[in-house]
Design a protein around this ligand. Sequence first.
Ligand code: AHR
Length: 345
Amino acid sequence: MNKLLARAISSIAAITMVFSLAACGGSSSKVESTQSAKPSETAQASEAAAPSTEAAKKLVIGFAQVGAESAWRTAETQSIKDEAAKRGYDLKFSDAQQKQENQIKAIRSFIQQKVDAIVVAPAVSSGWDTVFKEAQDAKIPVILVDRGVDCDPSLYSTFIGSDFIEEGKNACIELAKAMGEKGNIVELQGSVGASAATDRQKGFAEELKNHPDLKIIKTQSGDFARAKGKEVMESFLKSDGKNIQGVYAHNDDMGMGAIQAIEEAGLKPGVDIKIVGVDGIKDAFQAMVDGKYNATVECNPLLGPQVFDAAETLVKGGTVEKWIKSQEGIYPADKAQEALPNRVY
Ligand code: AHR
């Protein structure tokens, strides 16, 4: 009995000692390093300590997505959701169904919920100043993803996405090659007011000046959607029929719609009427392999990792580049077979 009691007492004493040593060691080493450091060293030390503290923090991010109009958009949403899950973030996701007013509502609700950062893929370029200012006043960084805006640049932290003007230029170069530098083009525009549509149109028109025997004879919005692209192409075929030698689609989904319309009109897409689109979706690669599509200009939707790297830096008080540009390729039909197996969206 005595032996047992003695053993119990010594165990309790040993445990107590371990705890007090640990407590002492922890606080005193912190105090020591802060107290012994010079002011400049203290600043460095706390900066160096910040990443691990912040990295450990699970960020709460609000994402105001524009919708689900295309395969590209679905891939972008997935990339952002996957990356948030991988990092253990709480992602508050809102699908605006193509309406800016819904995105504005979502942003206001994210502000109320005091999220760490707001990510938005703007439906249109204009009309953001007020709500972005509200986010700024609440000290919540705003990250633009994929599409740009024309508001005061100090109201958002960064734009992560493509150079749409460059994409338009490259699409024109590819279509000119496919058409043998000659003929009439119809243009399937993206959603009216979206920077992806405005700038792809602008870039294409600029480049067109270098191709004097090519001409745009019709242009209309197909809202970046396959069904709408088909509908618009049907109406172009009705009004201009055999006068059309080329299609410029602001995205591949509308290009896929154009293929269907052309086939239903008894013509051969990719042969009788050449088609070039933007995005680089798998379906476009398959259509090129099948000889129905002539080129796609890649636009990268896999932006999740860049978005959250930027969010982490901004939340820590750091700065990021105002425009984090995407890297993208150009794929004419003869590169499609080789590239198709590696396409992820
Ligand atoms: O803003 C990017 C564009 O929006 C993509 O090209 C298109 O597919 C999407 O819906």
